[in-house]
Design a protein around this ligand. Sequence first.
Ligand SMILES: *[C@@H]1O[C@H](CO)[C@@H](O)[C@H](O)[C@H]1NC(C)=O
Length: 500
Amino acid sequence: MNTFLRVFVLSAYVTLVLGVTAKEVTSPEFLSSIEKWWGPLGQEGKISEDIRPFKIQFTDEMVTDLRNRINNRREVTKPLEGIAFEYGFNSDNLDYWMDFWANKYNFTERENFLNQFPHYKTNIQGLDIHFIRVKPEVPEGTLVLPLLMMHGWPGSIREFYGSIPLITEYNEKRGFAVEVVVPSLPGFGFSDGTTRPGMGEVEIAAIMKNLMARLGFEKFYVQGGDFGALIANDMVTFYPDKILGYHTNFPISLAPGSLLTYLAGSLNPLFQSLVVDSSVADRMYPILDVVLGLVEESGYLHMQATKPDTIGIALSDSPMGLFAWLMQPLSGGTRKAYKTRVDGGLSLLYAPETLIDDVMMYWTENKFTTAVRVYAESINKRTLGMGISSIPTTVPTCTIHAKDEIIYESPIMLKYKFKNLLRSTVLDSQGHFLAMEAPEVFSEDVLSALDLFLEYNEENNKVEESNSKFPIKLPTLPIVDSLEKGVDKIKGGISQLFGR
Ligand SMILES: *[C@@H]1O[C@H](CO)[C@@H](O)[C@H](O)[C@H]1NC(C)=O
């Protein structure tokens, strides 16, 4: 344990040192340097900036090829005796899924389902970016809040299908309505990937900001989970004047203060009680258990962050391989305990069509490789060296924490990054794919967060872009207690520990 603590202190120290260089990343020079041209060379300024309607299509040619590959698959190695998902996807269940995909999944019906919302494409910095845009039906004069919602991996826009109707449905009691923009991240689904290196979360943050500007939104709200949250973290750091509020179901701060606070909490029970509420302390401590758990479940991350193209070769050639690679972390991310089930618990919470819809977002246009390159382009010295995590943001933020989320950070840790953390909702169930697993819980939290953001921004004299004449005074919702006093105590404790 001592060695482990030393490694942890060293990491925190390195982050601190990196933090010294971090100021530059909010400079105008830096921010314009990340807005690169990612399209074909020589085409800059020559590609139309129109917003074109788009429909998802599963062509006969693609479906025939897919079925042939599924039907011609090799027999796979049996799992070890008594093993469920501990060694990865349990092959005993693959025949069921492959049969479902080839013979029961109705491609025409799913195409119609997926096209139930209006889809579009527009070219941003050389890449065709695909997105869903749903405007609410509202009486004239209603305040309409624009909300960008960003998925992650192994998810897709499919994660938000249950939530889009709930979030965009107009409820006059609320005093505002919501318009959502749900893009396929660059390289995912039906959005182009680039042909040149260097497009990571930082650069995608700029693309997403420019997508919203293209749609006429200079200021907007952001929601993100998984990689969508990492991108959103960068957006609220780079563009605090454009982002009116940030809701995330994957709240993560790697600010040096957050890490030191986390570490300090492991030193004695008093400190721990200051860092995290005892009801959720087991989500953070013992640190060693948490870290070993992360290591066990994140093999995909190392591969995708270092050699995305190698795994991409295999998975673009095999629907069975792609399915297993995507669905095993989906199982583990949904419930940690699902790895002890032979079926990975996949059918317990999701309809089989839902999961195949998601896999189709990677298979249809052969986008696995371009999608997972985002790991290699983000989790590297270049990007981490920017020290973005050590720059706090003033954007009002609300977080929601599912019980089986990959990482739990207490409000006190999050506040180093998110200075205006207005609320943290703690769930005693649910997992990493919250929008897909529990659309009602997710949507309700997003909507009440928007309420808080409006109230916060009104109090802070930010002028809303909309020309609303709504005189309704929004109700005050309970805000999680400010833990500032606790932070000060921890800071004092840390100063003593480190003699500073
Ligand atoms: C597939 O769905 C389409 C559209 O809903 C429907 O017309 C067709 O009958 C379905 N095919 C099968 C085999 O169920």
